[in-house]
Design a protein around this ligand. Structure first.
Ligand code: FAD
Length: 254
């Protein structure tokens, strides 16, 4: 009888353990995603809309659970406040939202929700300093890229074939609102994959948003394009699978 050499035995054992490990990691991931889906189903209905009243804005702020927000804010179906249109149109001010959340306790300057409000204030601050300068590249764009000057029609008509992009464009048209992650993915896709200048994408998105705010919008697009940051923002299928399982491409192509 020929004895197998130790290296090949070790290799087979490693392979078995590795496969078992991958299987249990995949099972664990599926369990986490399932639990998350159940938890996320309990949050804001997707068709909640934005009834135009101050009472509605105050109700949303009063209903915010800052602990869940911290943990689940990045999930597209997560418990975000959906108050941006009310802030943009002056139903409530940022200091008022901040005050209401702090008064309920459990929230301070290091709180994730407060930090997000601070981003809005920061962008406004930059706008006050640069004025119309926020409408053009603040830093040099990526070298060697010839950016287009119009949004391609398959994006405008939500027919790119990329599920997360088409679903987000449709949602933008239908509701005038997108979760922050969807805005980031859409902007990144338009600028880095389709090579369209960020300004064109920013103007288009801004014109459809109920919360359209020039500094938050245009400086976020510049941040993604890397003309207001050191690095371009890129995303991949795993990002979408993790934060928006229902919009993921998994299974739609090989
Ligand atoms: C490409 C792009 C475009 C954007 N355009 C706009 C815009 O036109 N108007 C606008 O108000 N926000 C904009 N944002 C920021 C952010 O996406 C929205 O403020 C947020 O999604 C609004 O939903 P919410 O009220 O549920 O937010 P929550 O997560 O509940 O946050 C509460 C509040 O904090 C502020 N805030 C949260 N995240 C951000 C952020 N990343 N930057 C600035 N402020 C933030 C908003 O006032 C928001 O209402 C943009 C982000 C990106 C990536």
């Amino acid at each position: 009888m020929r004895m197998p050499d130790t290296d090949s035995l070790r290799g087979k054992r490693y392979l078995r353990l590795h496969q078992r490990g991958r299987k249990s990691a995949a099972n664990a991931e599926a369990r986490v995603l399932h639990d998350l889906e159940v938890e996320l189903d309990g949050f804001v209905p997707l068709d909640a809309g934005f009834p135009p009243s101050r009472d509605e804005a105050l109700r949303r702020i009063a209903g915010l659970d800052t602990r869940s927000y911290r943990r689940l804010r990045d999930y597209v179906r997560g418990p975000v406040a959906r108050v941006s249109p009310y802030i943009t149109h002056g139903f409530v001010s940022v200091p008022e939202v901040f005050g209401a959340v702090v008064a309920r306790g459990g929230s301070g300057p290091t709180d994730r929700f407060v930090q997000e409000l601070a981003w809005r204030e920061f962008f406004r601050h930059v706008w006050r300093h640069l004025g119309d300068g926020i409408l053009s590249d603040i830093r040099d764009p990526l070298p060697g890229v010839d950016y287009g000057n119009s949004v391609p029609s398959d994006i405008l008509t939500a027919t790119t074939g990329v599920p997360v992009i088409d679903a987000s464009v449709r949602e933008l048209y239908d509701t005038g609102y997108l979760h922050n992650h969807q805005r980031m993915w859409l902007a990144s896709y338009i600028v880095h994959l389709r090579k369209v200048h960020w300004r064109v994408g920013a103007d288009w998105m801004y014109s459809h948003l109920l919360d359209g705010d020039l500094p938050s919008n245009h400086l976020s697009w510049q941040w993604i394009a890397s003309t207001f940051s050191r690095r371009p923002y890129l995303f991949n299928a795993e990002n979408v699978q993790r934060f928006a399982t229902h919009l993921s491409s998994r299974g739609t192509c090989d």
